[in-house]
Design a binder for this molecule. Structure first.
Ligand code: PLP
Length: 373
């Protein structure tokens, strides 16, 4: 019997294999999108033959070199599977087991990771106020002082998100102040960079300019929201800054044996400028959407629009009817009576026509609500 196996040939999707309408796009999240075709092609090219597992493959080796170009010659990198996994691995490596971590009160790590940092990393998270998602260096000192008591969990690290959960970006100056203050207080600094590409594109900087260069110790760098899928990487900017991170990755279930498929995706994004083009495109769509929302009677932008997320206040019924036509999430259902804050997120594959169609839906639903419908 022949044992010849197909190795790298990719068949077009067989009829009936696709279970969704690939022409439909919404604004629920930048992880509702699929993969950029170039990333998918890189994944296909990485298929076939046998290579080393657990990162001992040519793709992971090449990725390490590319990440050193972005984050500096001393950077070490550890591909992982999810953003939550990246955060959990990084925070464990940056803290002692009795220490706590300062975070924004809006942080994904605090609100949307199912308690994984507490449960898996075993670290206590201390939320700080963060208007529009941005932490104030002045709050770090107070929080560190307050945790001096023998009954408290002393603070070991600061974790900030760039771009933030509320679609804003820390400036280079703001980051420098945060890192300086944190280091003066003896804290290590982590960046949740699930959308670091969007921040760098918005600020017109490189990825290293807003991390390594300002004093960040470790980064959870996202590939999934940037056009990949199941592709994130922990970057440690200097040796020793996050001890044991490689071992902690395995203990935290984030070391995949077929790592080449994660690394190949990240390489496709980061070896050239695809990461920046994708992020710039998503940011530009958000800017187009924000401009349209400003012109709508009955809608109000609630946050500065600086990356690929747009937040706005809408009448509750309008939000519900519009979201039934074009998918997006209510971000905060408990604002002023009769209104909600909604979030629209643009992706690498959002088209200008998608934005205009959403604006048309919003315009219709707002007009209907004024007419008493
Ligand atoms: C800011 C931020 N950090 C981390 C994550 C976690 O990513 P994952 O869902 O892959 O765990 C997300 C996902 O939405 C996010 O928005």
């Amino acid at each position: 019997m022949s044992t010849t196996l197909p190795t790298s040939a990719v068949a077009a999707p067989a009829p009936g294999l696709r279970r969704h309408d690939a022409g439909v796009r919404g604004f629920a999240s930048d992880n509702a999108s699929g993969m950029h075709p170039d990333v998918l092609a890189a994944l296909v090219a990485a298929n076939g033959g046998h290579v080393g597992s657990y990162g001992g493959d040519p793709y992971t080796g090449a990725l390490e070199a590319v990440l050193r170009e972005h984050f500096g010659p001393d950077a070490e990198s550890f591909p992982v599977l999810t953003g939550t996994g990246a955060n959990v691995v990084a925070l464990q490596a940056l803290t002692q087991r009795w220490e706590s971590v300062l975070v924004s009160s809006d942080a994904h790590v605090l609100l949307d990771e199912g308690g994984a940092p507490e449960h898996v990393a075993g670290t206590k998270l201390i939320p700080l106020p963060s208007p529009d998602g941005l932490l104030d260096p002045a709050d770090l000192e107070r929080a560190v002082e307050a945790a001096q008591s023998p009954m408290a969990a002393p603070v070991g690290a600061l974790s900030l998100t760039q771009s933030t959960e509320l679609g804003t970006c820390y400036s280079v100056e703001h980051l420098t102040q945060l890192c300086r203050t944190a280091h003066r207080l003896g804290l290590r600094v982590h960046v949740d960079g699930a959308r670091l590409a969007n921040a760098a594109a918005s600020l017109g900087t490189g990825l290293g300019d807003i991390t390594t260069a300002v004093g960040v110790d470790a980064v959870s760098l996202g590939g999934t929201k940037n056009g990949g899928a199941i592709a994130e990487v922990v970057v440690v900017t200097a040796p020793g800054a996050a001890p044991g991170v490689g071992r902690l990755r395995k203990q935290s279930l984030q070391l995949t044996s077929k790592a080449r498929f994660v690394s190949a995706q990240l390489l496709a994004l980061l070896e050239g400028d695809l990461w920046r083009r994708n992020a710039e495109h998503a940011n530009a769509c958000a800017a187009r959407l924000a401009a349209g929302v400003r012109a709508l009677e009955g809608a109000r932008l609630t946050r500065p629009v600086q990356a690929n997320g747009v937040f706005a206040e809408l009448p509750t019924a309008v939000a519900a009817r519009a979201a039934a036509r074009v998918p997006f999430h209510v971000w905060d259902a408990h604002r002023a009576p009769g209104t909600v804050e909604v979030r629209w997120v643009c992706s690498f594959d959002t088209e200008a026509g998608d934005v205009d169609a959403l604006l048309a839906v919003l315009g219709e639903e707002l007009a209907a609500s004024r007419g008493g419908a």
